[in-house]
Write a protein that binds this ligand. Structure first.
Ligand code: TXA
Ligand code: MG
Length: 368
């Protein structure tokens, strides 16, 4: 298939390109669209056959449901059979933006969209290009992330082209995606609202509107044999580059010492900018240690970069799980297939006198 490219980085001044992409959507084709989180592979949510093409293009398992994107809060009523007060409160505070709500679905939402579940996932993106495209298409757009299933989500047009050229009708270039990790997913179809996937809208922000919010066990833990999942996407291998990643648990000093060990000198480090002076020859950074938004922005790009540079063995710094950090850990743990080693620093002495010349001597022990 010949894939067309449209530049909609400035959608107000590229309405012709937006219109052409929207026409393809109306004809039942799949078009990659930019959003503020990651690029999505969009099709008319009410057109079964069009949505089925998304699954083919991505190689996505049929039971993994899609998020439906709207451009107007009122379009919630086209998709959800019940819209609770809490949904409207969340929409008022966080839409348009990176928040997806799971609600009971209307019958007209095809099973191919909901993966056969009685619920539908809905979000209203804030990206101007996405907004223009949804409005021009005149229908809600079902869209998963625009990567081949199992690979890191695309945050730039170049990533989408790498994965999707020749597989879909068109790609719309909307520039770099600001947040860089997918939307926060909250289920309002459970008794207590439940966070199914963390994103840049945090659990604490949701609690400020909803009160108690539960965190699904699959957010930070691998599934046990036979365990059922609330969000089918959590079952599958995810975000994984070809390189084998292991997360090194321990502080910055422990990580620096770890990377200097003879066995690791030729491996790659996936580290924070602050770690760079202590790293071996091969490293890729993913943001700054105390700035989780810089980490979300860089993580998927960093994972792709590791593959481009031919990394085979990668050791990663572990981010904090606080606030937006929960989203970073959720993606990184999956990219690493939940593989960890632990290194702790034990103080074994102090050199020099007191004051500026003083430094602590540490030794690092393997724990696993
Ligand atoms: O930021 C985003 O959300 C991006 C952009 C393109 O909007 N989209 C995205 O879609 O990340 P996808 O398909 O990669 O992830 C959707 C997640 C999956 O984990 C899926 O299982 C879950 O949402 N999901 C969708 N519908 C659901 C439902 N009815 N119940 C539970 N989980 C659902
Ligand atoms: Mg995805």
């Amino acid at each position: 298939m010949n894939t067309l490219f449209f530049d909609i980085r400035d959608p107000e001044n590229s309405m012709d390109a937006v219109r052409q992409a929207a026409e393809l959507l109306q004809k039942g084709e799949v078009v990659a669209m930019p959003t503020e989180t990651v690029y999505g592979l969009a099709a008319n949510a009410f057109d079964r056959e069009a949505v089925a093409k998304i699954f083919v293009a991505k190689g996505r398992p049929q039971d993994n449901p899609l998020i439906v994107h709207i451009a107007d809060v009122n379009d919630l009523y086209l998709l959800a059979s019940e819209v609770p007060e809490t949904a409207l409160k969340l929409a008022e505070k966080f839409w348009p933006g990176p928040l997806t709500m799971i609600l009971p679905k209307k019958e007209r939402v095809p099973d191919v969209v909901s993966g056969g579940l009685p619920t539908v996932a809905v979000r209203m993106p804030s990206h101007k290009g996405a907004n223009a495209l949804i409005r021009a298409a005149g229908v809600p757009l079902a869209a998963p992330s625009a990567n081949i299933s199992g690979f890191p989500s695309p945050t730039e047009m170049r990533h989408v082209a790498d994965d999707m050229q020749g597989r879909i009708a068109a790609v719309c270039d909307g520039g770099n995606c600001g947040f860089g990790v997918e939307s926060t997913v909250i289920s309002l179809a459970t008794e207590v609202p439940t966070l199914l996937r963390p994103g840049s809208i945090t659990k604490e922000q949701l609690e400020s509107v909803l009160g108690e919010v539960l965190v699904d066990n699959a957010v930070l833990h691998p599934l046990k044999e036979g365990e059922t999942v609330s969000s089918p996407g959590m079952k599958y291998r995810h975000y994984a580059p070809k390189a084998k990643i292991t997360i090194v648990r321990g502080d910055a000093n422990a990580f620096h010492a770890f990377m200097k060990e003879e066995d690791h000198k030729t491996d790659f480090a996936l580290c924070f900018e602050e770690d760079v002076p202590f790293m071996p020859k091969n490293y890729v950074t993913f943001g700054s240690e105390n700035d989780p938004l810089s980490q979300t922005n860089r993580l998927f790009e960093a994972l792709r970069e590791l593959d481009e540079r031919g990394a085979e063995r990668v050791w990663a710094r572990e981010p904090s799980t606080e606030g937006v950090g929960l989203a970073v850990c959720n993606r990184l743990y999956r990219a690493a297939g939940f593989q960890f080693v632990t290194r702790r620093a034990y103080v074994i002495g102090v050199t020099g006198a007191t004051g500026a010349g003083k430094s602590t001597l540490c030794r690092y022990f393997k724990e696993s």
